[in-house]
Design a protein around this ligand. Structure first.
Ligand SMILES: NC(=O)c1ccc[n+]([C@@H]2O[C@H](COP(=O)([O-])OP(=O)(O)OC[C@H]3O[C@@H](n4cnc5c(N)ncnc54)[C@H](OP(=O)(O)O)[C@@H]3O)[C@@H](O)[C@H]2O)c1
Length: 144
C-alpha cells in the first residue's frame, strides 16, 4: 500500500496500519521528506521555482509555511545533536515505524541519494522519539 507518510503526515497511514499488518501488507511511504520541507532546505515559499507544485500546496502558503518551520526547527535540532542531517532524521523516523514500512525519498542528485541512504544508520533515543512524536499534530495546512 503506498501513501504519503512522514513525520508531519501520519493519520492517513496510521489508521490503516493495524489492518495492513493483519493482512501482511507492507507500506510504501511516499513524500517521506515532506516534499523536501523536512530537510530544512526551503526557508520561504519564494524558494520554489516557477511551476513547482508545492507553491500551490496549502502547507506551503505563506502563513502555513512560517508556522510549519517550527516543525523543521525540531528536526534540525535533533539532527544536530546526533551528527545526522535533517533529511536523515526524517527518513530514519519512517524506518523506525517498522520493517514493513519503507520510505521512497525522491531526489535528482546522487549526493542526496547517498545522504538519504545514510538514514539506515540512524536510530533514536526514547527522548528523541518523544520530541518527534507531537510534530504531526502541529502541522498547519491540508496535505493537498
Ligand atoms: N503514489 C503517489 O500518489 C505519489 C505522490 C507523490 C510522490 N510519490 C513518489 O514518492 C517519491 C518521493 O516523493 P516526493 O518527491 O514528493 O517527496 P520527498 O521525497 O518527501 O521530497 C523530495 C524533495 O526533497 C528534496 N531532497 C531529497 N533529498 C534531499 C536531501 N538529502 N537534502 C535536501 N533536499 C532533499 C528533493 O530535491 P532534489 O530533487 O532537488 O534533490 C525534492 O525536492 C517519488 O518517487 C514520487 O514519485 C508518489
Amino acid at each position: 500500500m503506498q501513501s504519503e507518510y512522514s513525520l508531519w503526515t501520519r493519520e492517513n497511514v496510521e489508521e490503516l496500519l493495524p489492518v495492513l499488518r493483519e493482512l501482511g501488507i507492507g507500506t510504501v511511504a511516499y513524500s517521506p521528506l515532506g516534499r523536501g520541507f523536512l530537510t530544512g532546505r526551503f526557508t520561504s515559499p519564494a524558494d520554489f521555482e516557477p511551476g513547482d507544485f508545492r507553491a500551490s500546496n496549502p502547507r506551503f502558503a505563506q502563513d502555513a509555511f512560517a508556522a510549519n518551520m517550527r516543525i523543521v526547527d525540531v528536526v534540525k535540532q535533533i539532527a544536530a545533536g546526533k551528527g545526522a542531517t535533517p533529511a536523515q532524521v526524517a527518513l530514519a523516523w519512517v524506518h523506525s515505524r517498522g520493517d514493513d514500512v519503507v520510505p521512497i525519498p525522491g531526489t535528482r542528485r546522487p549526493a542526496r541519494l547517498e545522504e538519504n541512504a545514510g538514514a539506515l544508520e540512524v536510530s533514536f533515543t526514547r527522548d528523541e522519539l518523544d520530541r518527534l512524536e507531537p510534530l504531526s499534530r502541529q502541522v498547519v495546512g491540508a496535505r493537498y
